[in-house]
Design a protein around this ligand. Structure first.
Ligand SMILES: [Zn+2]
Length: 623
């Protein structure tokens, strides 16, 4: 009987697995932080207590957990300090500033006592990381609660976080609390902080922040007690006024659901305004009360509303109820439901940085690939989508991706380019890291459009977002979504472009008249692979577009997958150094032949991509 019922269930199980889009089907750990924090604005020290509820959805029994203590990076001799003083091209914001910090200027972060069900957890601080050996092992599928106190000192602003930034914002509180490291199928990611990338556990944050009542606070999450607060927050129920009897301290209560970090900023001088995105989040804006900022900051919200509407339509729906643009930090930096940006900018720069940082909500905030391992999946994808937003906002004709290609080429030519698969912390130079993360990541996406078709890519980006949000996707997840969307095999594209520094260089080598036909020969002069788009421009201005798929693709982009119509030629067997085809036509009618006419590939030698045929030319043979 038992046996028969199990067999009867089988067809349903099989059917279910066929119907489900199984991509990004990864288990996720889960956290819930309840943090009560008090900041002393005179000593710049804070104390807190936390109840951290941790659910182990992994198949492994956990005997220990790790926390990040990022503020310990701002101490002489830290890994971040030494790295900055020994790398050949240090970030000018860091340089050798950490080694010169005095005791009162340094940062610090510590956990003073941790218990699990009343039993002591053994703590070992390891610089910017804390090892916590559990009192009881955490079994698969089980939840435990860790109770602990923590304290810290806010460093002077060096990088991303700190007090008194260059524009006078009092507190930029990012990477500020003991943050549980992520554990996934690759194990723990207790990376020491060297000022690069982040990775966090999904969960809910209930945070109260108590500080001097003259400060206005901006934070990840939604304010739970606006009627007590005021400070530009809607006071909620009609007639309720901010609490005048709050005394010299106010407690701000924030709640954020389904995020992987919590950041905040505070200043006595913040002006706080709001702007609603139709069918989307409420946007909050916090800037210093400085007349020089007023004009740009008053025009800027309308652009951000348009940006969110565009992203929702083309890249997936932003799910949280609000997003805040906060003057703070040292440039632009993304956090869940919030960004810190420097604010003394002309409108174009303010919009540019804010588009980039808010678009991170999709790739850092919602998809949230491990940025250490795959920085290009966050920065690069953000640049890709952000370039489209900027084109939409400013309606200019410039190629939005030209900068990514030129940035990539410049580094390749310098000899410093390294494989994008290197962990973000371990590139030899800051330039190699940022080129891999930003320029390569961006070109990897738009170049994929040349492989599978720009319309297929656009649909695939939405599908990737829906299949992988809240799942920390890896390259294989993006690859599988794009393979399913296009029907094209993409192993070669992901393997060769992500893991190697091989160079792309296709060329036109021969154009000859053979009887009634034109014979055209191409060559792969580099060691990297791509299918080839070819445009033949006739003397009367008409064009013919061809596409030559690679044999490895086991298919190709279908007609209609691009705005420009094209015909598909026979596949290029990938091992062949050259490719020859013939077409009806006469040399006298042909003005020009161009490989990659839309300049969507990172072909390193554009000179040999183009052949111009002067009138009366008897053909072309590349010497
Ligand atoms: Zn970014």
């Amino acid at each position: 009987m038992h046996f028969i019922s199990r067999v009867a269930l089988l067809p349903f199980a099989v059917l279910g697995s066929l119907l489900a889009d199984a991509q990004c089907d990864r288990w996720q750990q889960r956290v819930k932080y309840d943090m009560r924090v008090e900041l002393d604005v005179h000593s710049h020290r804070f104390t807190g207590s936390s109840q951290l509820t941790y659910t182990n959805n992994s198949p492994d029994t956990l005997h220990e957990v790790f926390f990040h203590l990022y503020f310990n990076a701002f101490r002489p001799g830290s890994e971040m300090d030494v790295r900055s003083r020994t790398i050949t091209d240090p970030d000018s914001r860091v340089g050798d500033r950490i080694v010169h910090l005095t005791k009162s200027e340094m940062g610090g972060s510590a956990v003073d006592h941790m218990t699990q069900k009343g039993k002591a957890v053994v703590l070992t601080p390891l610089g910017t990381v804390l090892r916590a050996v559990l009192a009881d092992p955490l079994l698969p599928g089980r939840t435990t609660t860790l109770a602990y106190g923590f304290y810290g000192q806010v460093p002077v602003q060096i990088r991303r976080s700190g007090r008194d930034n260059a524009e006078g914002v009092a507190y930029t509180m990012t990477q500020w609390y003991p943050k549980l490291a992520e554990y996934d199928a690759r194990g723990w990611h207790a990376d020491p902080y060297v000022a690069r990338e982040f990775f966090g556990v999904w969960g809910d944050f209930d945070v109260t922040l108590t500080l001097d009542s003259s400060f206005t606070v901006a934070a990840t999450g939604v304010l739970q007690n606006p009627e007590q607060i005021g400070h530009g927050y809607p006071v909620g129920r009609k007639g309720l006024k901010p609490d005048k009897d709050a005394g010299d301290k106010l407690t701000w209560h924030f709640h954020a659901k389904n995020v992987h970090d919590f950041a905040w900023a505070a200043d006595k001088d913040f002006v706080h305004t709001m702007e609603q995105v139709p069918d989307g989040p409420m946007l909050h804006f916090f800037r210093k009360n400085d007349p020089a900022l007023k004009e740009a900051w008053e025009q800027f919200p309308a652009y951000m509303v348009k940006s969110f509407l565009f992203m929702n339509e083309h890249f997936g729906t932003y799910p949280w109820p609000q997003f805040s643009f906060v003057q703070g930090g040292d440039g632009g930096m993304e956090y869940p439901m919030l960004t810190m940006i420097t604010g003394k900018r002309r409108l174009g720069s303010l919009v540019g940085v804010s588009v980039h940082e808010s678009v991170h909500s999709w790739y850092y905030g919602l998809l949230a690939s491990n940025e250490g391992r795959y920085a290009w999946m966050d920065e690069g994808f953000t640049e890709y989508a952000g370039a489209q937003v900027m084109k939409h906002l400013f309606n200019n004709d410039a190629d939005p991706y030209a900068g990514a290609i030129s940035g990539y080429k410049a580094l390749v030519e310098s000899g410093k380019y390294e494989p994008p698969s290197i962990h973000a912390d371990h590139f030899r130079t800051n330039a190699a890291y940022s080129t891999a993360a930003y320029s390569f990541g961006e070109l990897f996406v738009f170049q994929l459009g040349a492989v599978i078709g720009e319309k297929t890519l656009a649909k695939g980006m939405l599908r990737y977002f829906d299949a992988c949000k809240f799942k920390h996707p890896e390259p294989i997840d993006f690859e599988r979504v794009m393979e399913k969307q296009s029907g094209v095999e993409l192993d070669w594209y992901f393997d060769e472009w992500i893991n190697t520094t091989r160079k792309l260089d296709y060329a036109i080598t021969e154009v000859l008249q053979v009887g009634e036909k034109l014979r055209i020969t191409l060559a792969n002069k580099g060691d990297q692979l791509m299918p080839v788009d070819l445009r033949i421009t006739q003397r009367d201005g008409r064009t013919i577009q061809y596409h030559i798929p690679l044999s490895l693709m086991r298919g190709g982009k279908p007609a209609g997958s691009e705005a420009n119509a094209f015909s598909t030629l026979a596949t290029w067997q990938w091992t062949d150094p050259t490719y020859t085809f013939t077409m009806d036509g006469s040399l006298k009618d042909i003005a020009e032949i161009t490989i990659d006419p839309l300049q969507r590939t990172a072909d390193l030698d554009r000179e040999n991509d183009r052949v111009e045929l002067p009138e009366g030319a008897g053909g072309f043979v590349r010497p």
